[in-house]
Design a protein around this ligand. Structure first.
Ligand code: ARG
Length: 500
């Protein structure tokens, strides 16, 4: 993946001259068009405005240039470019890349898309020779290739950012190991847990997200280049060679599928949406934890916002934005699936709609993840408050019932007995710990004084020692496993980052 990484990290330096609403899409000078031959006049303004994609697909330029270099080499090996022509072609592509990077070469509104713009740049440098590169390829296989390269690269960047968030959560779990907290179901106190167990419960889904992207990457590592418009090429090209040069594992086995397929985008968008949902659930918990009612954490000032009218406010905007952004990520997935549904084979222009959602999903994640990592890394955990509220809400009721079960009482009856005890306590405004021997015995003869042995948070935690449970030993074990997994994630992401 080295070549892919080399380009991706420079992507941001390429800028278009399009700037939102200010862009005027009028064709003002004789444009380079890739399809003018059989047409008498130029396109109408309305068509040109509808059709133009260069304002968003320009970010594919580095990947398109990579594909062009690989294609030039294949044309050369096929005897369609001389040694000298190949040298000049590669030189011009390198120069064009440099010019794109410096901003000296920019797409114009007259360039229909990134492929057109770059062909114009090549023609400006090479004259007629520039026109030889289009042999045997089409924008259909080009754009499918470019988008795969772009997404594979950015999947690695996203994984790098996920690793930072995983690490921030794991570090907090490590730092607060041993701190008990109220574990909840239905947002009601249920059973005490280690706060670290809960923090790691947010790492597990993120780890699955990384694994999902790695798994996706294996399926995305197929090169469409060489498929041409849809049927392959009559020229003696070598799709396997271009695939290898571009860091793909294989060339597409069916040229029609290769230009029609956008599963790789939809799957990527699912992975992105799932990350969004996980960030949203974590964000929601942060909002709760930081609230006056919970006071489990204190956000660092650098990751909290104030109110323009209420001087006392400290708001969890990072967490709220993370929660909010899930909506657009889910929207992009649904949007693309809707676009794909019912499309006949092979390429249709509808497919141009695949890009903006995918780009926005990447941008969104690269924006939200670092903010969430910072928020988690810098938050202060209110350990006293957590410890004190861990047994609240009769959270040890299950432990009491299970003790009775160990003593031979059927669970159904034990559940009933402890239920009565809870009501008794509520009526008399007492906690389990405040009860006298007589009061216990009054509720049930099963409630002998020694039942108090299970009425401690520490005991409750230690007893949940089966694999996956919240016992301190198990949580420590989980921490170690996750640390090792996250190291693996970091290594996978660095595979491309390292060539930047
Ligand atoms: N801008 C187009 C897209 O994103 C490129 C491919 C155009 N192909 C075509 N036959 N018009 O899909």
């Amino acid at each position: 993946m080295c070549t892919v990484g080399a380009v991706c990290t420079r992507r941001g330096e390429m800028r278009t001259e399009f700037d939102g609403g200010k862009t005027r899409n009028h064709v003002t000078k004789a444009p380079t068009r890739l399809w003018g031959g059989r047409f008498e006049g130029g396109p109408s303004d309305a068509l040109a405005r509808l059709s133009v994609s260069v304002q968003f697909d320009w970010r594919l330029a580095p990947y398109d240039l990579m594909g062009s270099r690989a294609h030039a080499r294949v044309l050369h090996r096929a005897g369609l470019l001389t040694d000298d022509e190949l040298d000049r072609m590669i030189g011009a592509l390198d120069d064009l890349e440099r010019a794109c990077r410096s901003g000296e070469f920019r797409p114009t509104v007259a360039d229909e898309d990134v492929h057109t713009a770059l062909e114009r740049g090549l023609l400006e440098r090479l004259g007629a020779l520039g026109g030889k590169l289009r042999a045997g390829r089409s924008r259909n296989d080009q754009v499918a290739t470019d988008l795969r390269l772009y997404l594979r690269d950015h999947a690695r960047q996203i994984v790098s950012r996920l690793v930072e968030l995983e690490t921030a959560l794991i570090s907090q779990a490590e730092k607060n190991l041993g701190v008990a907290a109220p574990g909840m179901t239905h947002l009601q106190h249920a059973q005490p847990v280690l706060f670290s167990h809960q923090l790691l419960a947010h790492v597990q889904p993120l780890a699955r997200d990384v694994e999902r992207l790695r798994d996706w990457d294996r399926r995305a590592a197929v090169s469409p280049l060489g498929s041409g418009a849809l049927a392959g090429s009559s020229l003696p090209l070598d799709p396997q060679a271009t695939a290898a040069e571009l860091g793909f594992d294989a060339a597409a086995a069916n040229s029609m599928d290769a230009v029609a397929d956008r599963d790789f985008v939809a799957e990527f968008l699912f992975a992105a949406a799932m990350i969004g949902v996980h960030l949203s659930r974590l964000g929601e918990e942060i909002c709760l934890w930081a609230s006056q009612e919970f006071r489990w954490i204190e956000m660092d000032d650098t990751y909290a916002t104030g109110s323009s009218i209420m001087p006392q406010k400290k708001n969890p905007d990072v967490a709220e934005l993370a929660r909010g952004k899930a909506g657009r990520l889910i929207g992009h997935l649904v949007g693309l699936l809707t676009t794909l549904k019912g499309l006949p084979l092979t390429y249709n222009r509808d497919l141009q709609e695949d890009k903006e959602g995918a780009f926005d999903a990447v941008d969104t994640l690269l924006l939200v993840l670092p903010a969430m990592s910072g928020l988690i890394a810098t938050m202060r955990v209110n350990t006293e408050r957590l410890e004190a509220s861990a047994p609240d809400g009769f959270a040890l009721a299950t432990d009491l019932a299970e003790l009775l079960v160990r003593r031979g009482v059927p669970f159904r009856e034990a559940h009933e007995v402890v239920g009565h005890l809870v009501v008794w306590c509520q009526v008399h405004d007492k906690d389990f710990g405040d009860l006298t021997d007589e009061e216990l015995a009054k509720v049930s003869p099963h409630l002998t004084p020694d039942v108090r042995e299970v009425l401690s948070v520490e005991g409750a935690l230690a007893s949940r020692k089966a694999y996956g449970g919240t016992a301190p030993d198990r949580v420590r074990e989980q921490l170690g496993e996750l640390r090792a997994l996250v190291d693996e994630h970091a290594a996978w992401a660095a595979d491309s980052d390292s060539d930047a």
